[in-house]
Design a binder for this molecule. Structure first.
Ligand code: LLP
Length: 431
């Protein structure tokens, strides 16, 4: 993989030596190359534009939500997918245009729905019958209306980790197409004057490299749209095909370029709409990982090194599963370097451990690196998605800082959580 390195053998991030950022903000620190975020966003937006297809590229903010990040998404003209009050609140704080916000969730609470309705967000992606009842009652009470998409599970098994599979029938998300559930939900929403059904939504999973799952899902949704056009005179204005476009974490991953994913969708939607003489719907997508994943790098300081002769050498970083739970949760693999020794030969094999009290707190297994010494700076690549977003306070470690780099400058965009802030919600017990 291509890495920017200066003459002194130091890793550069967006043109800035990684050690300068570590010195300025401490470690662990998530560093985002904002140019890369923009590049990724533009690849999607441009491809739809070039092919003259009306589209919305909604950034799935679950991948990494912060005010600064949503400001960048807004600048790039993206729409936004939120799944909770917290994500919606962040969007409102970032002054994200409300009409471009879509709300997801398989168990939206009444307060979440109220927040969505009161703030006039663009659309709610309806997931289940309980939600239909809550939403339609709420709209009646508020004498209001809402654009909705119907989330369906098209029965596709994409090739990815089981925990991040979502489009198969046996899923907690959405209405099942084959059993008639989706049709019943559609009729409830379509017949209610307060819910305007704009179209269908599906999301088949995450970190997917092959386009076949997406095109199969598209054709399945068109089958349903054709059927509903004939039987209910319903024409979908929007077809939302979700996110899930895979990225490169290690050399083993061979993703497509982002415009290739978009192109596969465009081709299939055009093909289906011509075949069925169906008016071309707007294509909406919801990439999260593909926008921010490879734009993020985590910097750590190396500490203790433990050699078990003939077995392995553990080298520990000053973070771990609290800032990146993905290796422990999904056996996710990453690529790492010593940012201060980029010109030194990779002569030793190490396993990189976190500092949590848990044997499973490992970031990388059996990787070749230059000789590690305490205070070396480690950079782990492609940590921009589901890193900070899934950070936790296990062992009461504070959350790491987030820094944006662009135009040769670095700027703190999320402060490091101090140990004093860790107890800010705690109350004394006075029995
Ligand atoms: N749309 C929907 C409805 C989703 O459920 C998701 C992700 C996305 C879009 C964005 O997917 P992306 O483009 O980021 O793959 N924590 C896991 C990933 C969970 C994804 C959940 N839903 C991980 O770290 O791999």
């Amino acid at each position: 993989m291509n890495r920017e390195v200066n003459d002194q053998g130091r890793l550069l991030i967006g043109g800035i030596p990684a050690h300068e950022i570590a010195d300025a903000y401490g470690t662990p620190v998530y560093v985002y190359d904002v140019e890369r975020i923009r590049h990724n966003a533009r690849a999607f937006v441009r491809t739809f534009k070039e092919h003259g297809v009306p589209a919305q590229v909604a950034y799935a903010s679950k991948a990494f939500s912060s005010i600064a990040m949503l400001q960048v998404a807004k600048e790039e003209g993206l729409s936004l997918d939120v799944v909770s009050e917290g994500e919606l609140h962040t969007a409102l704080q970032a002054e994200f245009p409300v009409e471009k916000i879509h709300m997801h969730g398989n168990n939206k609470s009444l307060t979440e729905l109220e927040m969505a309705v009161e703030n006039n967000i663009g659309c709610i992606v309806v997931d289940n019958f309980y939600e239909i009842a809550l939403l339609t009652d709420l709209l009646a009470e508020k004498d209001s209306s809402m654009d909705v998409l119907l989330r369906v599970t098209p029965g596709i098994e994409a090739h990815t980790h089981d925990y991040i599979l979502t489009g198969q029938e046996d899923s907690k998300f959405g209405f099942d197409l084959s059993s008639g559930q989706a049709e019943k939900a559609f009729q409830l929403l379509h017949s209610n004057e307060r819910t305007h059904v704009k179209g269908l939504h599906c999301h088949i999973g995450s970190q997917i490299f092959e386009t076949s799952g997406f095109t199969l899902a598209t054709s399945k949704l068109f089958e349903t749209m054709k059927d509903w056009r004939e039987r209910f005179s319903f024409i979908a204005e929007v077809l939302n095909l979700g996110g899930g476009f895979g990225i490169q974490y290690t050399e083993e991953d061979d993703p497509l370029d982002l415009d290739q994913y978009a192109l596969a969708l465009i081709d299939e939607v055009k093909h289906q709409s011509e075949e069925l003489s169906y008016p071309l719907p707007e294509i909406w997508i919801e990439p999260g990982r593909a926008i921010v994943g490879d734009a993020g790098i985590t910097l750590y300081q190396m500490g203790s090194i433990k050699e078990i002769p003939g077995v392995r050498t553990y080298a520990s970083v000053d973070g771990g599963m609290t800032d990146n739970i993905r290796p422990a949760l999904y056996q996710a693999k990453y690529d790492a370097v010593l940012a201060n020794k980029m010109h030194e030969p990779e002569i030793n094999e190490y396993s990189i451990a976190g500092k949590c009290c848990e044997s499973g707190d490992m970031l990388l297994w059996d990787v070749m690196l230059p000789k590690i010494e305490p205070n070396d700076l480690m950079a782990v690549f492609s940590t921009g998605a589901y890193g900070y977003a899934m950070a936790n306070n296990y062992n009461r470690f504070g959350k790491s800082a987030v820094v944006f780099v662009e135009n040769g400058k670095h700027q703190l965009v999320v402060r490091r959580e101090s140990y004093k802030e860790i107890t800010r919600l705690d109350l004394s017990y006075n029995p």
